[in-house]
Write a protein that binds this ligand. Sequence first.
Ligand SMILES: Cc1cc2nc3c(=O)[nH]c(=O)nc-3n(C[C@H](O)[C@H](O)[C@H](O)COP(=O)(O)OP(=O)(O)OC[C@H]3O[C@@H](n4cnc5c(N)ncnc54)[C@H](O)[C@@H]3O)c2cc1C
Length: 316
Amino acid sequence: MLHLFYDNIHSMKGNKDIFSLARTHCGVYTDEDVSLGTASYFKIGGFATIIHHESYSTLAKAIRFFHEEGCHYEIIGDTSNMLFADIEYSVPLVSTRDLQQWSIYGTQLRAESGVSISLLAQKTSEMGLKGLENFFSMPGSIGGAVYMNARCFGSEISDSLHTVEYIDTTGALCAYTMKEGDFFYKHSPFQDISGACIVSCTLNLTKDDSNSLVSYAKQCQAQRIERGHFDYPCAGSIFKNNRAFGSPTGKILDTLGMKELSVGGARVSSKNANIIQNVENARSQDVVELIELLEQVAQRRLNLQLERELEILHVH
Ligand SMILES: Cc1cc2nc3c(=O)[nH]c(=O)nc-3n(C[C@H](O)[C@H](O)[C@H](O)COP(=O)(O)OP(=O)(O)OC[C@H]3O[C@@H](n4cnc5c(N)ncnc54)[C@H](O)[C@@H]3O)c2cc1C
């Protein structure tokens, strides 16, 4: 879980100068005063500057430049696992949405990090390639899925992952090859490499029957719909599951009567108590208070310490 408390090294004005220098020297372009209440997956948050790029080299230059200037930045994919605060962010949000190329060589998929994982699941299933079908209709980019080691319906992205390319804070393009033990439940090694931006990955898929894969992918989508994933804006599971607890977190919170509990415009889903929905113009603080409430109840009544999966980007 990321709780970023950023001491305002650069004032907003200072960072506007940084953005202007990044445009001139690195060739990136910026979307300024973007409303995160509109642009983010949760539809919550204040305003931010989003950094876009046309090539790996402009992205690499920008990352190195921000790092050398001591300007903290955050990498964002589709923001489907993030909660933004209702503030004006001074940190640049470096988007991977411009990285949209993907290709297949035999049974190997190579995808740039901004490509939708659901789109890749659909296309590879239709081509009779097994490995991603369970991710059909899961929100987010493939880069975000690798970073989070996303998992659903019994398998995780690292099961088929082969290599990853990322840019480090010096602007170098680095190659990572899958090693046993590096990935585990909702954890990837990239969570330990500060400032790294995943730019592409390759996955080893296997040949299978396209009709069965497509049919299974649709079943996964139907289950998500039934579980209310798309009823309101949300960010998926708020907390990780913990085997030691004996039950999924949603079930535990359900037994504690947490379904439909609300704070302001945020409400615990009536279908899954591990999902918080933005039902009516929720503020970031509404979600945070609701999360804290769930944590307190689980701690007080069952002595369980819940671990957050949702990443909350606070800036002070
Ligand atoms: C309705 C719904 C259902 C969901 N179901 C599931 C599920 O079944 N299983 C599951 O695991 N998750 C699920 N999620 C959570 C989310 O979809 C995944 O975590 C997804 O992989 C996040 O991808 P993203 O591109 O949106 O990442 P973001 O939310 O943008 O980012 C998440 C984290 O990854 C980092 N990051 C993103 N891209 C990169 C990159 N290219 N390089 C370096 N760091 C990067 C960000 O800095 C941030 O720390 C669900 C979310 C929703 C809204």
